[in-house]
Design a protein around this ligand. Sequence first.
Ligand SMILES: *[C@@H]1O[C@H](CO)[C@@H](O)[C@H](O)[C@H]1NC(C)=O
Length: 117
Amino acid sequence: MRTSLLFAIVVVAIYIDATPSTAVPDTWTPIPDKEINDSDIQGLGGWAVTEHVKQANDGIKFNRVVSGYIRKAYRGVNYRFVIDASNKDGKEARYGAVLYDKDWRGSRALISFKPVM
Ligand SMILES: *[C@@H]1O[C@H](CO)[C@@H](O)[C@H](O)[C@H]1NC(C)=O
């Protein structure tokens, strides 16, 4: 009996410990200008365009991430980017993209991607 009670306490303790403190979404924080050209940020922007092209098949080409925001999300982070890309005629346009990047297994999702007016 005592053993099963101890087991129950341990299970509860592990459960509480495993609940991430980052579970509550945070507010959007601007990515500083000096970090916007970092290869990880630019790489995520390029990934977002590739993913968008897979879905929309509009053949736009990634140029660069111009600006962005980051916020904590459940077991990962969200990025909100303004991306400069070129269409098939080489005309540049800006797009707003929202991404979800998971903490582990490198799993990502493109949440939205649309032209910025
Ligand atoms: C980032 O790159 C762009 C385009 O190459 C450049 O115009 C800008 O000055 C760079 N920003 C910083 C902070 O290095």
